[in-house]
Ligand binder design. Structure first.
Ligand SMILES: Nc1ncnc2c1ncn2[C@@H]1O[C@H](COP(=O)(O)OP(=O)(O)O)[C@@H](O)[C@H]1O
Ligand SMILES: [Mg+2]
Length: 610
């Protein structure tokens, strides 16, 4: 609906559909429909709950007139006597309280069940959506923002929606019952009382808009706090190393203070509402008392009716207040809902529309006039042409920021090309199913992500159905044997979040083992050893050499030996292929980029290192 084709950036506060109630309710329908029976039951339970308020007030009249004042009243030819009522009313009160309590429990139970179910179902669907969204979405939206839309908004929406509806039904029936009691006792007084109470709606509606604005801002700040917190987590070493603790602290402190200010401004604005409403109501009650006195004196009203009336009027104040509050809440619910469904509506850019399963051997890989940009601002790759045959090793070299990583990230379609095409076996990679395409590629990056879990679990992510023998083989080939043997729990050793308990070389070798066990015909190595010291680099390089055996390899490397052994070296600078050829060929080019690079970086490295 609201998807902007040019950007996937979510708005921090709002979405365009926040006021399109009909649309939002329609979107909610699939979540509400399966629970219809329970929802209706909850509503039906809310009706007697509301009416019970009226019954208590209603009973006061016969109690006072008959029991206290000793009058006899007849209902339908049946005369109520003092003795009968004085016996029946006290246990009656207990009975009604018991019934009300039971209904309330059932009602709360049902309402919580329904709202949790709805919010769980929304979250499940939403996560399925999120996990399939493409890299660009994650590039453009901060974690805090997405987390608040994923975790907070569905809860808020579902819980408040059900609770408000439940409260509205209860308040409405309660008000109806009480108004009936008022009318029954004295229609003149009822007219005055209800009119005055009705006036209390006025300040409520005035406040609604302001409350909405503040609550939106609170959500934004909440998201910012989450983002900062996530950064504190993943950036803790940078923060410590650069002594940025105070910086982070001040940032978060400011946000926390902002939350405080926002919430206090809400309280400041909304806090006077209830006392003010009560003040208005007190005018009504005062007037009713004054006028009621006259009616009693003139014999137009019994004392019982009067007591019953005043009780009803006081009781009526609560449902009216609830109605007002919940009507205000409902606006927030729609804002939350609109944020949730906006996230739902993001279509991943990477369309999985290919029909063919890529199962055959990949004989050729070709970049044909490929241009690419991450965003509208600038094109990152210009007119890339490159042909690779099965089993070849292609080494990319060039200045940092030249576009090497971008080129290889196009192969598994982390991003799609803007112009031109990438062909596997002379067929556009978009014609293959995404899963089968990605199954043909293993990647090892400079920073590899290690999931929470054991070493074994992390390796098995490459291939869940690997046999024990296969696992053993990759552990050997990835030079992990000694490391695993040194761990108390061996391969079942638990790894700390983000691999914090491992060295860079260990993480790389686990990542290599993961890539090996996937056994994909194409291997992408993006500076897989550049973050390592010389010693661990060597071990990781042995592991990589095993991974590269008999594969088609795209390697971005800074080591001469890797480059030297490549079938083709491609120099990429400023998004263009400047030169391509073998080591010898490229060295021959007078003033060539590779030759310059070689003289500056590689010349002193020993090729025999491996
Ligand atoms: N996710 C991204 N979003 C926007 N721009 C990016 C992104 N990743 C890389 N770039 C930009 O694309 C250009 C090429 O980057 P990259 O391919 O990583 O270079 P290299 O790997 O050669 O160092 C750089 O200008 C970089 O700023
Ligand atoms: Mg790079």
């Amino acid at each position: 609906m609201t998807t902007n084709l040019n950007t996937m950036k979510l708005d921090k506060i709002n979405s365009e559909t926040a006021f399109n109630y009909k649309y939002l309710l329609r979107r909610m329908l699939p979540y509400i429909k399966p629970l219809t029976f329970r929802i209706l039951t909850a509503f039906f339970l809310a009706i007697p709950l509301g009416l019970l308020d009226g019954i208590t007030a209603f009973m006061l009249k016969p109690y006072i007139d008959v029991v206290v004042n000793g009058e006899n009243i007849s209902y339908f030819n049946y005369t109520l006597t003092r003795d009968f009522l004085s016996i029946i009313i006290p246990p009656g009160i207990i009975f009604f309280a018991g019934v009300q309590g039971m209904l309330k429990y059932l009602n709360v139970y049902l309402a919580d069940w329904i709202s949790l179910k709805i919010s769980n179902n929304i979250k499940t669907d939403l996560f399925k959506k999120l996990v399939y969204l493409d890299s660009r979405f994650y590039d453009e939206n901060s974690s805090g923002l997405v987390i608040s839309r994923f975790l907070t908004d569905p809860d808020l929406a579902a819980k408040q929606l059900i609770n408000s509806l439940k409260a509205i039904v209860t308040a409405f029936t309660s008000a109806l019952g009480l108004i009936f009691v008022l009318l029954y006792n004295s229609w003149q007084l009822a007219f005055v009382g209800v009119s005055v109470l009705g006036l209390t709606f006025v300040p409520m509606t005035l406040l609604r808009k302001r409350i909405k604005k503040v609550s939106n801002k609170t959500t934004v700040v909440g998201g910012d706090i989450t983002t900062s917190f996530n950064e504190t987590y993943s950036g803790n070493k940078v923060i410590a190393g650069y002594n940025l603790q105070n910086n982070e602290f001040r940032k978060v402190k400011k946000l926390i203070k902002e939350t405080f200010d926002l919430q206090m401004s809400l309280t400041k604005r909304a806090g006077w509402l209830s006392p003010f409403m009560y003040l208005i109501a007190s005018f009504g009650i005062a007037f009713v008392m004054f006028y009621g006195n006259t009616l009693i004196k003139n014999g137009q009203l019994s004392t019982g009716s009067f007591a019953s009336f005043i009780t009803s009027l006081l009781l009526l104040y609560k449902p009216i207040k609830t109605l007002g509050n919940d009507l205000t809440n409902i606006q927030n619910i729609f804002v939350s809902l609109s944020r949730v469904f906006e996230l739902f509506d993001y279509k991943t850019r990477i369309k999985d529309e290919g029909r063919e399963n890529l199962t055959s051997e990949i004989e050729t890989i070709e970049f044909k006039n490929v241009s690419f940009s991450y965003n509208e601002e600038k094109e990152v790759l210009h007119d890339i042409n490159l042909k690779v045959k099965k089993g070849e090793t292609i080494a990319f070299v060039g200045n940092s920021g030249g576009g090497k990583s971008t080129v290889v990230n196009l192969l598994p379609r982390f991003y799609d090309v803007n112009k031109g095409e990438i062909l596997f076996n002379n067929k556009n990679i978009k014609d293959y199913t995404l899963t089968s395409l990605r199954n043909t590629i293993s990647e090892v990056f400079q920073d590899n992500f290690i999931f929470c879990g054991t070493i074994k679990e992390n390796i098995l992510l490459g291939n869940k159905s690997a046999t024990e023998e296969e696992i053993e083989n990759v552990i050997k080939a990835a030079h992990l044997e000694d490391f695993i043997a040194s761990q108390e729990d061996g391969i079942n050793t638990q790894i700390a979040e983000n691999g914090a308990s491992l060295s860079g070389g260990q993480i790389q070798r686990i990542a290599i083992a993961r890539a090996m066990i996937k056994n994909a015909p194409i291997v992408i190595l993006d500076e897989a050893t550049s973050a390592l010291d010389n010693k661990s680099e060597k071990v990781v390089q042995y592991a990589l050499d095993n991974l590269m055996k008999n594969k088609t390899v795209f390697v971005i490397a800074h080591r001469l030996s890797t480059i030297y052994n490549a079938d083709k070296i491609v120099v990429i600078n400023e998004g263009r292929i400047q030169e391509a050829g073998t080591h010898e060929e490229l060295l021959k080019i007078e003033n060539g980029s590779y030759r310059n690079l070689y003289n500056m970086q590689f010349k002193n490295q020993q090729i025999t290192e491996v």
